[in-house]
Write a protein that binds this ligand. Structure first.
Ligand code: SOE
Length: 409
């Protein structure tokens, strides 16, 4: 076998997502045969000590304190963007124009306008063989990839309901510090874009159907939080005595949604409500919050179709619940352990039943991206797919600003 050519990565940002991505770049070629060999060439960050420490800890070969330097370096083939949303557009556009492939963290941008610009530049770059992908990593959870396979294989029949929740609790403490995730100018939105975006992407990807309209409610429970303070992981404690600053994003987002109809739904007209005329697409209900005490990372998705249902909860991420109406009704939901070699991604890991974790989604993301680059094909989700998610986020905000009035996407 010939040695694959290197794929030299320059990563921007090195906090939580930077750590997850570093691990993925390092691990992917050790468990999967890839057409290119990822090299952790350089990491960029503004703080010289911080970026040097991150490079040592995660194994990057060099550091830059200005991300623009990465664009000038001809020993970098791909830019991996792990920074807050307000910087995505500028970095991604500069990278694509410099001829570097791009992996950009989600949500793609902080506005539809930025996401549209990024998508236009990405599509022009793709014509020159320069490829880009947005990091909706949950698509690479084996159980969710299996859910998509089952929907595509028609195991659920025509879809009627999409029920998506993303529940965390790390902001429940009113004294948790005011980090960038709570500052609209940096993060774009709160629970909505941080975690709701994952649910929107997963729901659209698995059903193969776009959301066409929403009615929404946003709430900010804690309006001011301590500035600075100990920042531990996501939450931490900011102290009660010091100065407080305003929280400018939503703490929780709820919305109902309509999806487009499946193009081939005519024959399976159970997917709609009336059974007459044009088939309707499924209806959906979404909830994203970082205030659901006791729920740590409950990214849940349930789909009900004309033939069966599936249910997933990331807190039990190695399994998928499946109800098949062709079986006796008292067979109930069955729990599929998604650890068989026939399941997506799992054959490259441990023996049946041993299970995977959060970090594997990022590793699989790298695997899919490197395979697509090796084949010269558009990786998925493309910036155009992520732009569609961005349009749903914007419609949710517009509806919530307008007393929950229906808002088309
Ligand atoms: C924080 O809420 C967060 O880390 C998100 O930003 C990630 O995208 C999600 O995977 C877990 O929660």
């Amino acid at each position: 076998m010939t040695t694959p050519k290197p794929l030299r990565v320059g990563m921007v940002g090195y906090a939580f997502m930077g750590a997850a991505h570093s691990h993925a770049w390092r691990t992917a070629p050790r468990f999967f045969d890839l057409p290119l060999a990822p090299e952790l060439a350089a990491v960029a960050g503004r703080n010289p000590e911080g970026v040097r420490a991150a490079a040592r800890k995660y194994g990057w070969d060099s550091v830059e304190t200005d991300w623009r330097r990465l664009m000038e370096r001809d020993d970098i083939d791909l830019i991996d963007i792990c920074t807050p949303g307000n910087t995505h557009a500028e970095i991604a556009i500069a990278a694509l124009e410099a001829g570097k492939h791009v992996l950009c963290e989600k949500p793609l941008a902080n506005s539809v306008e930025e996401a549209e610009k990024m998508t236009a530049v990405a599509e022009a770059a793709a014509e020159r063989g320069v490829l880009s992908m947005c990091g909706f990593s949950y698509r690479r959870t084996p159980a969710l990839a299996l859910a998509k396979r089952m929907v595509d294989d028609g195991r659920l029949g025509g879809l009627r309901h999409v029920r998506a929740q993303y529940l965390q609790d790390w902001l429940s403490d009113a004294d948790a510090p005011l980090t960038w995730r709570l500052d609209k100018s940096k993060s774009g939105s709160g629970s909505l874009g941080d975690i709701g975006a994952h649910s929107i992407d997963a729901a659209q990807w698995i059903t193969g159907l776009n959301i066409t309209g929403v009615s929404a409610l946003l709430e900010t429970f804690v309006k001011e939080r301590p500035v600075g303070g100990d920042f531990v992981g996501l939450g931490g404690h900011g102290g009660t005595d010091g100065p407080r600053g305003p929280v400018t994003v939503d703490d929780a987002a709820l919305f109902t949604a309509r999806f487009e109809a499946r193009h081939d739904d005519g024959a399976d007209a159970g997917s709609g409500g009336s059974g007459h005329g044009a088939p309707a697409g499924p209806i959906g209900i979404f909830e994203a919050t970082r205030f659901a005490l006791g729920r740590k990372n409950a990214m849940r998705l349930e789909l009900n179709g004309t033939k069966g249902s599936i249910a997933f909860d990331f807190e039990d991420m190695n399994s998928l619940q499946f109800y098949d109406s062709a079986l006796e009704p008292d067979a109930g939901f069955r729990k599929i352990m998604v650890t068989e070699p026939s399941h997506p991604y799992t054959a490259n890991w441990w023996p049946t039943g041993h299970g995977l974790g959060y970090e594997h989604g990022f590793t699989h993301q790298v695997v899919d991206l490197v395979n697509a680059i090796g084949a010269g094909e558009q990786p998925s989700p493309s910036f155009a797919d992520a732009l569609q998610v961005q349009k749903v986020l914007a419609a949710v905000e517009a509806s919530a600003d307008n007393s929950s009035r229906w808002q088309n996407v």
